[in-house]
Design a protein around this ligand. Structure first.
Ligand code: HEC
Ligand code: HEC
Length: 378
């Protein structure tokens, strides 16, 4: 398994270039999804007599991020990507970005790093509904996963920032996250010999605001989650799903209508919808409207990916739903009625068994990652 090899040769730093042009669409179109749905049903039915698969892995995560990250190829099931580009300094940037990501000194009171709210073993999210940042301050929204943001088109629940580079500096100055200033952080980095060297190796012009953002974003683009049980089933790699997981996959693609927004290989359309989560609950969060001031955006939030979703509880922009079972109940009710509810959200009338199947499907979307400890990666 190539994940094992990564850990067997942690000192070897090598990125295999499997780039397809950035202009190529990475999203399955809705038409493609419809065709796939009918093929998949036949697949699912013919697979009924296969052996049920065993549950994979345990949660025994270590301080694995210290190992050098090597991406040999895009994990199965994801659109081909090259997180580094054809650039010899790329690996230096990624390693530097990783170090910054885990460095609590970037926060005003040395209490908080990016990883405080984006923890690797929790799918780069956080177990708190609203996260705790600098000086014990409580954030306003639930930290989303950072996996597969390399494919992302827009960031934050309300889409107020486009690129990962633009996003990366925001937490530093956010009074509820790092509560610091970029100038302070740059000064701190200039006083640390290791950082001075690392920046000099990664960039031609050393420690700058732009390079700080670029290093963090480069690291984030390596956080790929694929090769889940669903991917191995769908790509006919011989892995079987349990009957319940297969039925769940089918409901996702048919009566559940989940694919309409959790689209394609990344399980998100990177677009905004009102599903009514916490509609009318104080303090009001009107989502995309707060940033666009356009009425049609009221209560719209970005569709989160479903990959690794079993790791990222609690759920939704405000962490108001604790479990996947409760998420399915929410959709089964048809979300929360409100004047701006997305037309795709309707009561589903799922049976208890169908609800359990959908949950089993969601759990089978947990991927294998380059940062998993070796015992988890067979
Ligand atoms: C105190 C907790 C906290 C810290 C610290 C934090 N984040 Fe976040 N992060 C969040 C929350 C909450 C959101 C969602 C905010 C929103 O959408 O308004 C978020 C959103 C993001 C997103 C957008 C993801 C998406 O799918 O839209 C990225 C990328 C991100 N954070 C990266 C980082 C990086 C890099 C750092 C360190 C420089 C960092 N975060 C530090 C809590 C945190
Ligand atoms: C109309 C588009 C749409 C449809 C259809 C849809 N979702 Fe969602 N989903 C969203 C949006 C938008 C959010 C975030 C809502 C929020 O936080 O306010 C979300 C959130 C979620 C979450 C929480 C993920 C997280 O990280 O917090 C899960 C799980 C989920 N959806 C599963 C499903 C399932 C299963 C179905 C089918 C039964 C489904 N969705 C149908 C748009 C949709």
């Amino acid at each position: 398994m190539f994940f094992k090899q990564i850990f067997g040769s942690a000192s070897v730093v090598f990125i295999y270039l499997t780039c397809v042009g950035a202009s190529q669409s990475v999203w399955c179109t809705q038409e493609e999804n419809k065709t796939k749905a009918s093929e998949r049903q036949a697949d699912i039915q013919s697979a009924d007599n296969r052996q049920p698969a065993t549950e994979s892995g345990d949660d025994d995560f270590q301080d694995f991020m210290k190992a050098n990250l090597r991406i040999e190829k895009t994990p199965r099931g994801l659109p081909k990507i090259d997180p580094t580009g054809d650039d010899t300094q790329a690996m230096e940037r990624i390693n530097l970005g990783r170090r910054l990501f885990f460095d609590k000194n970037l926060s005003a009171d040395q209490s908080t790093s990016c990883a405080t709210c984006h923890q690797p073993q929790l799918g780069f999210s956080n177990a708190e509904a609203k996260p705790t940042g600098v000086a014990g301050k409580i954030g306003r929204r639930n930290p989303p996963t950072l996996v597969n943001r390399a494919y992302g088109k827009i960031n934050f629940w309300d889409g107020r920032v486009e690129t990962l580079e633009d996003q990366a500096l925001e937490p530093i100055e956010n009074p509820l996250e790092f509560g610091n200033t970029i100038e302070n952080v740059l000064e701190l980095l200039r006083q640390d010999e290791n950082y001075v060297t690392a920046f000099a190796n990664a960039f031609d012009d050393g420690i700058t605001r732009r390079n700080l953002a670029a290093a963090i974003a480069s690291f984030e683009r390596t956080l790929l989650s694929g090769d889940s049980r669903i991917d191995r089933f769908v790509t006919a790699e011989g892995l079987t799903l349990t009957k319940s997981e297969r039925q769940g996959l089918w409901i996702y693609e048919s009566k559940g209508g989940c694919w309409k927004c959790h689209t394609g290989k990344t399980y998100t359309d990177e677009s905004f919808h009102n599903t009514g989560v916490s509609w009318g609950v104080e303090p009001l969060d009107l989502g995309r409207y707060e940033f666009s001031k356009s009425d049609e955006h009221k209560g719209q939030f970005k569709t989160p990916t479903l990959r690794d979703v079993a790791l990222t509880a609690p759920y939704m922009h405000d962490g108001s739903i604790r479990t996947l079972e409760e998420v399915i109940e929410f959709y089964d009710r048809g979300g929360t009625p409100n004047p701006h509810l997305d037309h795709r959200i309707k009561p589903l009338e799922l049976s208890a068994k169908e609800k359990g199947d959908l949950v089993a499907f969601l759990k089978a979307l947990t991927g294998r990652h380059s940062w998993d400890p070796p015992e988890n990666s067979n």
